[in-house]
Ligand binder design. Structure first.
Ligand code: UDP
Length: 357
């Protein structure tokens, strides 16, 4: 298959601004290449693919980022800036795709979905968020009526946000296991990883660490500095140990030393890459039963799930975290979320999309 992949129009690959899509794109490229497919990636200038993905051709586009939908009102209109990066990426993608079988869009935005109705080449969409925009959900519904196979989701709970999709195609996600080393360190600190923004609920994890009289190690892009200050001011100074945004290799080395990852989403998390990355290092996860993490974590086997927003229950599970066998965490990832498993699901889905055309 000749596949043209359109990246996120928010931040270059490697910046962290694109969130989980950056890692997902890399995993997918390596899985597709190892299955023998040809992949070209259209991405913002300065993007870097993982070094093992040299076989994929990277096309750069310059322009203004889109505004992320999770930081706009549900009813907001679509805005397209002058010199739009998204428009540029689509133009480039459509041009390259004259020689391709399918376009695979990974940007959660209105324009690429709308254009599906207006071009002959199949455009398949990996929807990377729950329903964050009325306009986009309505548009997905409209395109779905004509092209029912063109959408895939990371988890069932995420797809539930789009109830008009009768049999959603659930593709999970994939992780290159060689990039993560198993560590058996049961006495380490508590970890939290993610974009530091309100939908990620950092304050609940800091609450747990503070109750235990510990520091919380936090990795990730500080996306919203006002939110950062609000969280910092709610707890004694120094409770948060800011570790910055690291490459996957550096992150996994540090994360693997931790005794648990706390995952506290306030939104319908589509998947939750950081949950699987922790498991891949042998780190059990205590998370809210909300969105993707509720389908990933095996309660009592690879971590614990608590009722959403129940910080006290999260605290009590952290206190018994040593009951979890760290090897079982790694095993779950090997059996359920490798790049090969993920790429095979995506290829089966793309075949369905192409047949329908
Ligand atoms: N991440 C990273 N370095 C860091 C912190 C986070 O590369 O120091 C990456 C992490 O690997 C994951 C992404 O940030 O792929 C966050 O993705 P997730 O699916 O958890 O949430 P999203 O940001 O997509 O809502």
């Amino acid at each position: 298959m000749r596949i043209v992949l359109i990246s996120t129009p928010i931040g270059f690959l490697g910046s962290g601004k694109g969130g989980g899509v950056e890692l997902t794109l890399n995993s997918l490229v390596s899985g597709l290449i190892s299955l023998g497919h040809s992949v070209e990636v259209v991405a913002p200038k300065n993007s870097k693919l993982h070094e093992s993905n040299v076989k994929a051709k990277l096309h750069f586009v310059e322009g203004e980022d889109q505004i992320s939908w999770q930081h706009q009102d549900f009813n907001s209109p679509v805005t397209i800036p002058d010199n739009s990066l998204l428009v540029g990426m689509l133009e480039k993608g459509l041009d390259i795709a004259k020689q391709a079988d399918v376009i695979l869009n990974m940007s959660y935005d209105w324009l690429p979905i709308w254009i599906t109705l207006n071009v002959e080449i199949p455009i398949a969409h990996i929807i990377s968020m729950g329903s964050e925009s009325l306009l986009i959900s309505n548009l997905i519904s409209k395109v779905y009526a004509k092209h029912p196979y063109n959408f895939a989701f990371h988890s069932k709970t995420q797809a539930d946000d789009y109830p008009f999709i009768k049999k959603p195609n659930i593709i999970g996600n994939g992780f290159k296991l060689d990039n993560y080393t198993f560590q058996d360190s049961i006495k380490g600190p508590l970890a939290w990883v993610g974009r530091v923004a309100p939908e990620k609920g950092l304050e609940d994890a800091v609450f747990v660490a503070n109750e235990l009289g510990e520091k919380l190690k936090v990795w990730g892009v500080r996306e919203d500095e006002n939110y950062v200050s609000r969280v910092e001011q709610s707890f004694p100074q120094g409770t948060i140990d800011w570790m910055g945004f690291l490459s996957t290799d550096e992150l996994q080395k540090e994360l693997g030393k931790c005794r648990a990852l706390l995952n506290t989403p306030k939104w319908n998390e589509a998947y939750g890459n950081v949950v699987v990355e922790a498991l891949a290092c042998g780190v059990p996860v205590v998370a809210y039963k909300r969105g993707g993490p509720s389908e990933i974590i095996q309660h009592g086997e690879t971590g614990y799930l608590t009722n959403p927003d129940d910080k006290k229950s999260m605290l009590s599970y952290v206190e018994i975290i040593e009951k979890i066998e760290r090897k079982k965490c790694r095993e779950w990832v090997e059996k359920n979320a490798s790049t090969d498993i993920f790429a095979n699901k995506v290829v089966n889905w793309l075949n369905e999309v192409m047949q329908e055309y």
